[in-house]
Design a protein around this ligand. Structure first.
Ligand code: KIV
Length: 271
């Protein structure tokens, strides 16, 4: 296989070019082969194999329980489906905090075993050693600041972050630190729109917002939320593009009805 045929059409360099010419970047999560195939074919720029898989795929309350092996399973299912989009994989809680060598080992496992294009880590200064070490191995890193769900037990709430001046200043400091370290992009989650706009204009790398207003260089949503599969989560920033919960419930109900009545299968649906 040539290098070209192993490289997906959207690269980290292309995302930077998109920022430079003011073209917005689209990003959605995916966790499995079938969904990733649809999302990629629709033309999304970036697919995030988010640790939100812990919530939407496994039913955990928080993202903390998901393991590296579970993330590798989800990510390798996704990369088998994807031709065009850049695939970024979340490093799960406990695989990069506190020990940069362990962080590098985890990132190397993700890259070797999933054929993803990049990893994403939550946090700023407190995880900068891990970020530098992963980058030194040539693995592209996306940062993640603002609401960082892996720290939910420290915050105690999923409310908007960095509304106070001190936290906003730390976020600005961390954003610059991540850019200087060599991160290729930065997710800004649930922070005031004005702060996200400021960070996006100060950085030369693209920012991707979720609940961070319109001035970030791109937007990301959790696929199951925007498709309306997951009805129990309705933050203000979420726009639902479909009501698949209802569509799927109706289809399953109709199937049950047809089986019970003997209508399914009919003479054309048998051998
Ligand atoms: O895990 C995830 O889905 C994420 C996005 C919300 C950015 O980190």
């Amino acid at each position: 296989m040539s290098v070209e045929s192993t490289t997906r059409a959207v690269t980290t360099l292309r995302l930077k070019e998109m920022k430079d010419r003011g073209e917005k970047i689209s990003m959605l999560t995916s966790y499995d082969y079938s969904m990733a195939k649809i999302v990629d074919a629709a033309g999304i720029d970036v697919i995030l194999v988010g640790d939100s898989a812990a919530n939407v795929m496994a039913g955990y309350e928080t993202t903390l329980p998901i393991t590296l092996d579970m993330m590798i399973y989800h990510a390798s299912s996704v990369t088998r489906a994807v031709n065009r989009s850049l695939v970024v994989v979340d490093m799960p809680f406990g695989t990069y905090q506190g020990d940069s060598k362990a962080a590098l080992d985890s990132a190397v496992r993700i890259m070797k075993e999933t054929e993803a294009d990049a990893v994403k880590l939550e946090g700023g200064e407190e995880v900068i050693d891990s970020i530098r070490r992963i980058l030194s191995a040539g693995v592209p890193v996306m940062g993640h600041l603002g609401l960082t769900p892996q720290s939910i037990h420290k915050f105690g709430t999923y409310t908007v972050r960095a509304k106070e001046e001190a936290e906003a200043q730390k976020l600005i400091h961390d954003a610059h630190l991540l850019e200087e370290a060599g991160c290729f992009s930065l997710v800004l989650e649930k922070i005031p729109a004005a702060l996200a706009a400021r960070v996006s204009s100060e950085l030369s790398i693209p920012t991707i917002g979720i609940g961070a207003g319109p001035e970030t260089d791109g937007q990301v949503l959790v696929l199951h939320d925007m498709l309306g599969i997951n009805k129990g989560f309705s933050p203000r920033f979420l726009r639902r593009y479909a009501d698949l919960y209802t569509t799927m419930t109706d289809a399953v109900s109709k199937y049950i009805e047809d089986v019970k009545s003997g209508d399914f299968p009919n003479e054309n649906e048998q051998y």
